[in-house]
Design a protein around this ligand. Sequence first.
Ligand code: PGA
Length: 254
Amino acid sequence: MRKQIAAANWKMNLTLDAGEKLMTEIMSSSFALSENQCAVFAVPFPYLINIKKHSDKENNFFIAAQNCGAEKSGAYTGEVSAEMLNSIDIPYVLIGHSERREYYGETKDILSKKLDLALENNLKPIFCCGEPLQIREAETQNNYIETQLQQSLFHLDATEIKDFVIAYEPIWAIGTGRTASTAQAQDMHAHIRKLIAEKYGKEVAESISILYGGSVKAANAAEIFSQPDVDGGLVGGASLVAEEFTTIIKSLKK
Ligand code: PGA
């Protein structure tokens, strides 16, 4: 069975003290995660080493970076490379979050370079895709997502893509309190899996976890995660509240 994943995305929130307190609270909850379940915490760069000490205490809990540089190394002030992340044992990295695409001009070519560097440095990418509201209203979201995958992902081969996590995050649902319906989430996840199957074969498509993101919270997680092609969630706002995120982890399919 595919990995079921609850991924927290702290974005640019919390001080280190507040982040450590949140982790202490979350980790004190008794989890009995199955082999197929895991929790991932995408935290700001300066907290990675400290927060990793918390997640290392429990099996199947992992840390992630929220981004990595598009160049290998060199004179790129303020950037953090995939190699640096690997050197501090960070297993996952978010790539292509809509906020990075929108506010930091991350283009398809930049994202494809980041994916290559992540893979070269043994990081598992959590690749984000998702359509804006006007695309959803025009009902052209399937083509839009297909283009996003083709442009940044489909140059990779089957062995590279096997370790991927994909997060489908409709932009109109991020931080808005408006969630995609379970049918909308399932339809898009099935569409993404079909596109991967067409390109890489059914076995690869069946092995890739596809997470839903966009206003996931304790109250709706179990329903969304119950859909057959939804393998967990990427969670922003609700991941900052211990009780909320703990319930979300516990809502993963076994
Ligand atoms: P949200 O954010 O849960 O606050 O909508 C999700 C995300 O951007 O990953």
